[in-house]
Design a protein. Structure first.
Length: 487
């Protein structure tokens, strides 16, 4: 039998050979006939078969060894990858962040206002990453200043200790009176208090009277407690949010920012004393005219969000500049005339008609922003905002010449699109009008614009106009963002 010509592999050390060239040659011509082989041919065939069986045995041994080596090398490769991963973790940018930068990042985890926070979130979660992060978080009192009403008593104690001497944002509404008493003992540090009034809290909260030097207040009372005076003395109190059936004695004359979501309109009579309020939001259930004989004047009020415009009949607001109405805009013109105010921004999300909006515009010559989310006959409004050729003079007084921002909806068909283009071009050409940036809402379309909208958008952009055409979720997000500018 012939031997295998072999040599050692320089990589694995195993023998290599050319197994194809040294195999015995069978007389293949015998396959082309059914004649039996001769004795000599039979001998040669049996000998060749024996050699092949021997070669197979040798190759099986070699294959087993190679597979073992392959597995060994696979394990070595996995070990090398694990070492790379470990080394990468050690060299991680996060691990090498300087402490002062880490402090700045941690400070950004503190929200500006009190809000619901799960106990496994910041700042508690920061200390679970590593000992260094825990040490840094414990060294930053400002991280521990927001105390959620849902956390256990032990965590309340820990946060009060760790936050010294910083001002606190507290939520009062705990089922555990011990937590409330702990927080009341620290009332001199309260900066923001979010109070969910409970039956047991009245006598306990009375202890904070006269001990609130830095307070801003958010107070909700759905039970209708009698007039409550715990917050009547708070020299820094400027910002208050009331909801439910709250009835509070407050230093009304020093308040500047009010958010009222009251279920009883008679509670709004307290506004009469808030003659320094600058920003006011009155939402909740629809309101009626206040049950008072005369009109309530708020001389410094500049920003107003009102759910039901009927309530405007009870107000005189000479400094009003920015108004948002969610229901019934019909009382807005009379408010402007009675107040002799100079409105710069008007927004509404009520389903309205152009006649109501035009009546408002006729009384707001200095209007800069107009935002409407639901208007039935937008073509009429756009035609009134279009400056006629006869008024293209320096002496003309078109409707709201200072208008710089216009947001409208229902510009979907060809006539409305044509009016939009004509309006934009006319106000650009007018010597007395500002060129408005445009925002068009299409709340119905959630995937794309129709052909008229696409052509109009392309045409206005080609002419150099600033325009957005928002659909579905984008429209809703922009609409909701308007309210963030109000109390």
């Amino acid at each position: 039998m012939e031997t295998i010509n072999a040599s050692a592999c320089s990589n694995c050390g195993f023998a290599t050979s050319d197994i194809y060239t040294d195999l015995p040659v069978f007389p293949d011509y015998l396959l082309e006939t059914n004649e039996p082989p001769t004795d000599s041919e039979t001998f040669e065939l049996e000998k060749a078969a024996a050699e092949c069986r021997s070669r197979i045995s040798q190759l099986d041994t070699t294959i087993t060894a190679l597979l073992s080596s392959l597995e060994k090398h696979r394990r070595m490769r996995q070990s090398a990858e694990e070492q790379i991963r470990r080394g990468g973790a050690i060299l991680s940018v996060v691990r090498r962040i300087p402490t002062d930068i880490l402090v700045e990042i941690f400070n950004w985890t503190v929200p500006d206002e009190a809000r619901k926070r799960a106990m496994n979130r910041c700042p508690w979660v920061l200390g679970r990453v590593c000992s260094r992060w825990r040490a840094v978080s414990l060294a930053l009192p400002e991280l521990w200043t927001i105390i959620d009403r849902k956390i256990p008593l032990a965590m309340v104690k820990a946060q009060l200790d760790r936050s010294i001497p910083y001002p606190l944002t507290v939520e009062l509404g705990f089922s555990d009176t011990g937590s409330v008493e702990l927080l009341i003992a620290c009332s001199a540090r309260w900066e923001v208090a979010d109070v969910e009034m409970r039956p047991f809290m009245g006598p306990v909260l009375a202890a904070v009277q006269g001990r609130l030097p830095a307070l801003r207040l958010k107070y909700n009372d759905n039970n209708g407690f009698r007039l409550f005076g715990a917050f009547s003395s708070a020299p820094a109190l400027r910002d208050v949010s009331l909801s439910g059936r709250a009835s509070l004695e407050l230093p009304w004359s020093q308040l500047e920012r009010l958010n009222l979501k009251l279920s009883n309109p008679t509670g709004l009579n307290q506004l009469r004393e808030a003659h320094n309020v600058v920003e006011l939001s009155v939402t909740g259930r629809p309101y009626e005219r206040l049950p008072v004989a005369d009109v309530m004047e708020l001389p410094r009020l500049r920003t107003l969000l009102i759910k039901d415009g009927v309530f405007l009949q009870s107000l005189c607001l000479p400094a009003l500049e920015d108004v948002y109405v969610s229901m019934d805009v019909s009382s807005v013109p009379s408010l402007i005339q009675r107040s002799n105010c100079y409105i710069k921004k008007f927004s509404t999300d009520v389903q309205c008609v152009s006649a109501d909006i035009i009546a408002i515009l006729e009384n707001t010559p200095g209007l800069i922003e107009l935002r409407i989310t639901a208007i039935q006959d937008v073509q009429l409004l756009l035609s009134r905002l279009t400056v006629p050729a006869s008024e293209m003079t320096a002496y003309a007084r078109p409707l709201v010449p200072a208008l710089r921002v216009l947001a409208v909806s229902n510009v979907s068909d060809a006539p409305a699109c044509t009016h939009l283009i004509a309006m934009a071009e006319s106000r650009r050409a007018s010597p007395v009008c500002a060129e408005p940036s445009l925002c068009v809402f299409d709340f119905i379309k959630w995937t794309g614009l129709n052909l008229h909208a696409l052509e109009t958008l392309a045409m206005l952009r080609e002419k150099g106009f600033t325009i957005e055409w928002l659909t579905g979720p984008q429209s809703m997000d922009r609409y909701r963002s308007w309210r963030s500018n109000y109390p």
